[in-house]
Design a protein around this ligand. Structure first.
Ligand code: SF4
Length: 304
């Protein structure tokens, strides 16, 4: 790892990251720069993100109170009081989606064990390899009986987008694999199972990791972190001072920055929070309204 200079005998400083940060680099290095280095202002908030965040917050609130307080009325109250009213076309659309979000939350909780005490709710877990310090916040960590008679941690991730999810989504998620490793390390308990709880379809997509599948995911994470760390070092060392020239249209400065942080334009740029700063993304995608993710397939657009 070369995120900074090191000397023989000195410990190497780890590249600090989250799964989201790694996936952002992997998807588009330019977006990574806008997000973590340049810190450009984002575009308007998306309504589908408001729905997702409101439901997540209500589920969190429901699980953190005593079991006797976990009523369906309380769930309704949490969605309604915590409703995030951003990105909707108008008040009518916001109210319509608040009702839908309430229904999906109540329908989901109706099937949950009121007495169950999760091992973690929105718990931050972390782990380190020789090159990275990885951390992330897990929606829910259950402690369940395992098939061999012991107990194990199960990683639960809530999803509210429209696209149905399958076991392949659970298997291929870098974030969920990282959470398995980090939860196991943080809570000192075995973990291997990941679950995507898709509230709109009331379905659960799941996968049980093996040491080999976790190793593959962590290897990929290491590789992405190595690239992102090198680019970050270049930014801090020589590129950030050229950002102003690049903003003023200096072709050399733009080329130097793009060489390290290339754009990866495609249709998904329509959903990028930094599209307005990115000519390549504008050329590659259509303009969307902040509420368009409600009608389209929001889960493919980074929506939880
Ligand atoms: S608009 Fe597309 S190419 Fe531009 S930063 Fe966003 S994801 Fe990358």
């Amino acid at each position: 790892m070369n995120s900074q200079d090191t000397f023989d005998g000195m410990p190497t400083r780890l590249f600090t990251c989250t799964p989201t940060k790694l996936v952002t680099w992997s998807d588009c290095p330019r977006r990574y720069r806008f997000t973590y280095l340049d810190r450009k202002p984002k575009g308007a908030p998306w309504a589908h993100n408001s729905v997702g965040a409101s439901v997540h917050n209500a589920l969190r609130d429901w699980f953190v109170v005593e079991p006797q307080a976990r009523t369906l009325d309380y769930a309704v109250e949490r969605v309604e009081k915590g409703w995030i009213n951003e990105g909707f076309r108008d008040g009518e659309q916001s109210r319509e989606w608040r009702a839908r979000a309430t229904d999906m939350t109540v329908d989901y909780l109706r099937e949950q064990d009121v007495q169950a005490e999760p091992a973690g709710i929105e718990r931050t877990v972390s782990t380190a390899t020789h090159g990275m310090a990885l951390s992330g916040r897990v929606d829910r960590i259950d402690l369940r009986d395992s098939s061999d008679g012991g107990e194990e941690l199960v990683i639960v991730d809530y999803k509210t987008g429209r696209r149905p999810l399958d076991d392949n989504d659970a298997r291929s998620s870098l974030a969920l694999a990282v959470y398995v490793v980090a939860a196991s390390k943080t809570l000192r308990q075995r973990s291997r199972r990941v679950e995507l709880h898709h509230l709109p379809s009331k379905s659960v997509a799941a996968f049980e990791h093996s040491p080999q599948t976790l190793e593959r995911h962590l290897g990929r994470a290491e590789q992405i972190a190595g690239e992102a760390a090198s680019a970050t070092e270049a930014w801090n060392g020589r590129l950030s001072v050229r950002a102003e020239d690049a903003s003023d249209g200096d072709a050399d400065a733009i080329a130097a920055i793009d060489e390290v942080f290339p754009a990866n334009p495609g249709m998904m740029c329509a959903w990028c929070d930094y599209r307005r700063w990115c000519p390549s993304g504008q050329d590659a995608s259509e303009v969307l309204q902040p509420w368009d993710g409600l009608a389209q397939n929001a889960s493919e657009n980074g929506t939880d």
